[in-house]
Ligand binder design. Structure first.
Ligand SMILES: Nc1ncnc2c1ncn2[C@@H]1O[C@H](COP(=O)(O)OP(=O)(O)O)[C@@H](O)[C@H]1O
Ligand SMILES: [Mg+2]
Length: 589
């Protein structure tokens, strides 16, 4: 059987098996094996190299091994007495050896020239077995996975003659993806690319043009606006604090916040403050008659900041009494929050925003009428509330998807992207009673990581500091796109994600070029080195690196107008009539 496989594939024998054990196969290359470039496949490719895939026929299939090392042994030549008698001079005779890690099995598919790759092997070869160079079809079968339908091309792999790397979007997004790597290693471009290529390729298949897809990008650095503004299929609706268009101003009304979020942002202490605050929330929500039977403080029902303030003060009882004294710090904190003009712009308690509208805007309209991407630019959200604002957004998106499933009995596939995940999905200590904003935010994402899949919500997180991310969330990620990682602790974390025999490639992590990454996990049967497809300049997220040289040498223009900056800066303190009203102690006035 393997002879036909062998002939059909046009494979080339390059060596023979010399040593076999379950995790290691040593091979001696034959003299005819290529010195540096293999020409048998449709495209010439370098051989032998570390991480190359090689095949060994076993029964009616091939065992696939990956080269871990290559070396030359120099033996005195000739060794046999008979040859010695010929009187030849003893010269070192180079013998090329390599070690293979067995990875899996390649079988012939149903149609000619097609193969199926599976991890694991039923049988190992014996010594003396032939070792062959795979042809391009065989290589592709090793690096690709899943059905041919609905695959997205994300790049090419230098390990398999630059074969395209295609992934199944159900696998890539369905069970959460972590994109990890140092700053500048290409994470943001990869994230922007995955979204864009998914949409472009879905569009090419979709009858009516626009895919019914939803990507929501939580963007703390405000870098994705540029990437999704070219007017094409990936044109995003961008929500930002300072949006020119009032409809796209970032809003997270205060009545969307649940009690845990309120308690954390006001730092309500567990004893007296927390129960009273929760009661005040319940009462504030019941003020509007149409919702009078509100009994749950966590249901998003409209109330105003004033309503809440009054309820809390009422419940605190008479001034000067013990209970009021206990509540006073909380009341002050609520007042300060509600008087912060930068925050008020976001937590807007006017009735302009309804929950329906918010969901339509941020998650999307029926049939993705408004486009498939929303970018939530968090860059101008005041730093003291950015985590809680993010927590509210993430939780609402989760709750909405859960409710969708409960009512529609089907899930709404949505991808939620969180950049700078080490800030928003940060490990926290579980033994403290007081839950700060970082903890509440992390817990919102932990819930998405654990349960999101049931409700169609996939998480993509991106971070340069994997060791600071919640282990719960990281362990729920089933696919990883690993860019260059040079820190030991970070490498340690990702190395433990793959079984021993697949770790060879991970040694490349500190040396990966930008735009190159290792894809591993559920969306890739084997860890595969990918050179991500090119993104045009205008489709790339804005890079965060300051451009000293280009500015110094006037290649890039930078003019200064402090007046304009100061006007905006101080202007935030003024009310509509231009009076200086709101108190914010940190503004230099
Ligand atoms: N797919 C890509 N296409 C084009 N350029 C890329 C790509 N990936 C990375 N780059 C280049 O690498 C630089 C850094 O990438 P970036 O995504 O900003 O890294 P990170 O988010 O990890 O800091 C980009 O400015 C761009 O020049
Ligand atoms: Mg980035």
């Amino acid at each position: 059987m393997f002879h036909t496989l062998f002939e059909r594939a046009g494979s080339l024998q390059v060596g023979t098996v010399e040593t076999v054990s379950p995790d290691r196969i040593e091979v001696i290359l034959i003299g005819e094996a290529p010195e540096s470039v293999a020409l048998n496949a449709s495209v010439p490719r370098p051989f032998p190299r570390v991480h190359d895939y090689l095949l060994i026929p076993v029964d009616d299939s091939f065992l696939v091994g990956q080269v871990e090392w290559i070396r030359i042994d120099r033996e005195p030549f000739p060794t046999s007495r008979a040859l010695q008698n010929t009187g030849l001079v003893e010269l070192p005779y180079p013998r090329r050896q390599l070690k293979l890690n067995p990875l899996g099995t390649l079988r012939a598919g149903t149609t000619d020239g097609q193969y199926l790759f599976q991890r694991g092997a039923d049988a190992l070869p014996s010594v003396g077995a032939a070792v062959m160079l795979p042809d391009i079809c065989q290589l592709r079968s090793v690096v690709e996975l899943g059905s041919d339908q609905g695959r997205i091309t994300i790049g090419t792999t230098p390990l398999a003659g630059h074969a395209e790397v295609r992934v199944d979007p159900n696998r890539l997004f369905g069970r959460h993806l972590a994109v990890l790597g140092n700053t500048g290693s290409g994470k943001s471009c990869s994230v922007a690319g995955l979204i864009r290529w998914s949409l472009e390729q879905a569009q090419s298949r979709y009858r009516s043009g626009r895919p019914n897809a939803r990507f929501i990008v939580l963007d703390p650095n405000g870098e994705y606006t540029q990437a999704f503004s070219d007017g094409g299929i990936a044109q995003a609706r961008i929500f930002a604090v300072d949006s020119d268009n009032a409809e796209n101003a970032l809003k997270v009304p205060l009545w969307f916040w649940n009690s845990a979020e309120w308690c954390s942002v006001t730092r309500a202490s567990p004893g007296i403050q927390r129960p009273l605050l929760i009661r005040a929330l319940r009462e504030a929500k019941a003020i509007r008659t149409e919702y009078a039977d509100a009994t749950d403080e966590d249901i998003p029902l409209p109330f105003s900041g004033k309503d809440l303030e009054e309820r809390v003060e009422d419940l605190a009882g008479p001034k000067g009494k013990f209970q009021y004294q206990n509540m006073e710090p909380l009341i002050t904190r609520i007042r300060t929050l509600l008087a912060n003009p930068r925050l008020v712009a976001i937590i807007d308690d006017t009735e302009d925003v309804t929950l329906q509208q918010w969901l339509q805007n941020y998650i999307g309209k029926n049939d993705a009428e408004d486009g498939c991407v929303s970018v939530i630019d968090l860059s101008l959200v005041p730093s003291e509330v950015i985590q809680i604002v993010t927590a509210v957004i993430a939780r609402l998106i989760f709750d909405a998807h859960q409710r969708y499933v409960n009512q529609e009995k089907d899930s709404l596939p949505t991808v939620l992207v969180m950049e700078e995940a080490h800030t928003f999905i940060k490990r926290y200590r579980e033994d403290t009673e007081y839950q700060d904003a970082a903890t509440v935010c992390c817990q919102a994402f932990e819930r998405i990581a654990r349960e999101g899949r049931k409700f169609g919500l996939g998480l993509v997180l991106s971070s340069q500091r994997p060791h600071e991310i919640s282990p719960t969330v990281l362990s729920q990620c089933n696919t990883f796109l690993l860019h260059r990682l040079s820190n030991d602790r970070d490498q340690e974390i990702v190395r433990n994600l793959v079984p021993e025999n697949l770790r060879g490639l991970m040694r490349e992590l500190p040396m990966l070029l930008s735009q190159t990454a290792i894809l591993l996990g559920w969306a890739a049967e084997l860890p595969v080195l990918v050179r991500m497809n090119d993104l045009k300049q205008e489709q790339q997220p804005r890079s965060e690196d300051p451009e000293f040289w280009k500015v110094w040498t006037a290649e890039k223009d930078r003019t200064i107008d402090w007046n304009a900056i100061v006007n905006v800066w101080q202007g935030r303190r003024q009310d509509n009539e231009g009076r200086i009203g709101a108190v914010e102690e940190d503004i230099p006035f």
